[in-house]
Write a protein of this length. Structure first.
Length: 371
């Protein structure tokens, strides 16, 4: 059954997700601000959930329409084919948001949509009451400039929750963003990866998973695994497909350092859970003493900054130190994410390339040095 899907994502990640979806054989891929649309069958639904490194979640696009009144919202919702996905016993809670629209009360919109879905399902199943004791089909609505999009979530927990990071240090980077940094840094299976301020190890773990082509969602479950419309065989076959694509990375090594011994211990445990501990070496060290363990390297880091941990003067001191120890030489690339527009001045040289990204709600730049 061909279905339209939506992937919400961090701003700046749209093109990465679009390229990834095409590699996963999704159809009609179309990137918009903060989301990517595509279509496919239940196989693609399972594959994207299991394999996507950058997506926040996978949602079924049930329908879209314009609504400037509660009556238009009710009728538009009721006209959609909810019975395709929601059974007579399934739970279907509703949540969402409204921005720059005539219908601005989220709570009222939530109630109207719920009522409309109930009325639609009443007419289809010929019952008056829904116990909602079955699998959860989370309905998500977004109303932007009076355009309503109604979706059903298939992921459950956000896809950034791979399952390995039960512990984290203060202000950890999101797994999806860490994977994006590795992709944008052109990390390869034969590289030596470094993070001199590794915290809970997320960049190193995501980089190793990417190098070995290990699907990030292969060990976790998804809410759509309980949807009666999707055979369990599909999920089993897609997990087996993902396992078959794992590659040996005999030449790959990763090195993680942090000044905090507790952070290093957390990182080691996380790497063990992710199944990549044998490829990552962790040590307690200050960035000012950074010494490469190889002739060539790909260095990626997310240093502390004002919005997260330190004041501006402390951040600039760290950036200056980094500029001194990250030598400009052949075979090395450095990617550093920061919200500080004055980063290059403190670091001591202009980046060869900059890329705008968001770390949560914080607007950042990825400063890339490779020449």
């Amino acid at each position: 059954m061909k279905t339209d899907f939506v992937i919400p994502c961090l701003l700046g990640m749209e093109s990465l997700i679009a390229a990834e979806l095409r590699e996963l054989e999704a159809e009609n891929v179309n990137a918009e601000n903060g989301r990517v649309l595509f279509s496919g069958d239940e196989i693609i639904l399972a594959r994207v959930n299991i394999c996507s490194r950058f997506a926040e979640r996978v949602q079924i696009l049930v329908g879209s329409f314009e609504a400037r009144s509660f009556e238009e919202l009710f009728q538009g919702t009721k006209n959609l084919e909810w019975e395709k996905w929601i059974g007579s016993l399934d739970a279907f809670p509703v949540k969402g948001y409204s921005i720059n629209s005539e219908l601005f009360s989220t709570r009222d919109c939530q109630a109207i949509i719920k009522k409309a879905v109930v009325e639609r399902l009443k007419s289809k199943y010929k019952i008056e009451w829904f116990d909602e004791t079955g699998p959860v089909h989370q309905i998500q609505f977004s109303i932007m400039k009076d355009k309503v999009s109604l979706l059903i979530d298939t992921s459950g927990m956000g896809l950034h929750k791979r399952g390995y990071r039960l512990d984290a240090n203060e202000a950890p980077i999101k797994e999806t963003l860490a994977a994006a940094l590795c992709s944008l840094s052109h990390l390869r299976p034969y590289h030596k990866l470094y993070d001199p301020m590794c915290g809970s190890g997320t960049i190193l773990i995501e980089g190793t998973l990417m190098a070995a082509n290990i699907a990030p969602g292969i060990k976790r479950s998804f809410s759509a695994e309980r949807f009666e419309q999707i055979s369990r065989k599909v999920w089993a076959e897609e997990r087996e497909r993902a396992r078959s694509l794992v590659r040996e990375i005999n030449d790959f090594e990763a090195f993680g350092y942090d000044i905090d011994p507790k952070a290093i211990e957390i990182a080691r445990v996380n790497a063990e859970r992710a199944g990549v501990a044998d490829k990552i070496r962790f040590s307690v060290a200050d960035v000012k003493n950074f010494k490469p363990q190889s002739e060539k390297g790909t260095l990626i880091c997310n240093p502390p900054y004002g919005e997260r941990l330190l004041d501006l003067s402390e951040c600039e001191a760290i950036y200056k130190t980094m500029g001194g120890v990250f030598e400009q030489k052949h075979g090395w690339s450095y990617s550093i994410i920061s919200p500080d527009e004055e980063f290059e001045k403190a670091f001591g040289r202009k980046a060869d390339k900059r890329r705008k990204l968001y770390n949560g709600m914080i607007k950042c730049q990825l400063y890339m040095y490779f020449k």
